[in-house]
Design a protein around this ligand. Sequence first.
Ligand SMILES: Nc1nc2c(ncn2[C@@H]2O[C@H](COP(=O)(O)OP(=O)(O)OP(=O)(O)O)[C@@H](O)[C@H]2O)c(=O)[nH]1
Ligand SMILES: C[S@@+](CC[C@H](N)C(=O)[O-])C[C@H]1O[C@@H](n2cnc3c(N)ncnc32)[C@H](O)[C@@H]1O
Ligand code: SF4
Ligand code: SF4
Length: 326
Amino acid sequence: MGTIDSFGRRITYLRLSVTDRCNLRCRYCMPAEGIPKLRHGETLNYEELLRVSREAVALGIEKIRITGGEPLVRKGIVEFAGRLARLSGLRELVMTTNGLLLEELARPLRQAGVRRLNISLDSLRPETFSFITRGGDLRKALHGIAAAEAAGFPPVKINMVVMGGINDDEVVDFAALTLDRPWTVRFIEYMPTLRDEGWRSQCVPGSEILERIGRRYPLMPLVSSEMAGPARNFRIRGAAGAIGIITPVSGHFCDQCNRIRVTAAGVARGCLFSEYGIDLRPLLAAGDDLLLRERLRSLIFGKPGRHHLGEEADGDGMVAMSRIGG
Ligand SMILES: Nc1nc2c(ncn2[C@@H]2O[C@H](COP(=O)(O)OP(=O)(O)OP(=O)(O)O)[C@@H](O)[C@H]2O)c(=O)[nH]1
Ligand SMILES: C[S@@+](CC[C@H](N)C(=O)[O-])C[C@H]1O[C@@H](n2cnc3c(N)ncnc32)[C@H](O)[C@@H]1O
Ligand code: SF4
Ligand code: SF4
């Protein structure tokens, strides 16, 4: 299933940003001064998010990822996840979170039907974690991961955004986490989402990350499954877990892209880096869900072939990751 776009890609994955709010302010994601918050009413309500999801599933979306902002700060998220999980035709409901609220919410989320969790963790050093997140408490994040495991979730995927000069000296330590834990630790190239002039010097290419880990541990490539995301996966010989490299900047995976997005403000977007989006709110207000489906279909047909980061149009189409959901 899945609608085929004009480049022959099968679109089966929707990333749904349920809020632009967050209990952290990671340096790579938000500017120091924060981002003007959407007002109440500017964010889609749960009923609207469900209607959009239902139409997306009717077009062949099989996997929905709840993201944000931090999805767990939105009130009622567990009940919403439960309703979403029951959408007929949806094969997989998953979530990306910073994990801080998982101590309370991991168990209810699992019961609600969330199948897997990806958790962001950018440092194993309390001071660096606090520096990157502007005040976050590493212990809380680690307790969150432990709570996910205790709640019976399958082994988590850990997302680490590698920032040169800040946490890149920790990549081998992160890789070592997989030796005796079944986690998949994924290293993500820092993307220039903040129109940050200095991003090039802070973006460590995936090839270099792999090389650094490979100098310490023997790495074997793994084959990805079809529902897999953008990571290329490896295993340290004999390790319990796996390692993934996500290289949106140096070696984009756009030719295999299978996803669309809906931002917290209710704009459907074909690409993380494209300016073009469809405001779904007027369609939702009009109550015409078949039209909603047709507009989503046209979004899929119009989905760009790839991004142009690092080329002439550098910086075009940027949108705050906390609104679009990464
Ligand atoms: N450029 C680009 N980056 C993406 C895309 N999807 C995810 N990412 C980045 O990849 C990182 C991990 O994303 P996740 O939210 O864990 O989702 P995922 O990688 O699709 O997850 P899995 O389905 O479990 O593989 C984040 O930094 C995202 O911003 C994409 O379509 N394009
Ligand atoms: C925007 S967050 C939303 C979900 C949740 N708050 C979290 O942090 O996991 C989703 C993903 O986007 C990633 N992300 C945000 N800004 C990024 C950037 N500039 N470069 C690479 N990844 C980024 C985060 O690391 C996270 O994995
Ligand atoms: S990456 Fe996630 S946790 Fe960090 S500021 Fe962005 S939305 Fe919040
Ligand atoms: S940059 Fe755009 S086309 Fe490329 S993988 Fe990401 S969302 Fe897909």
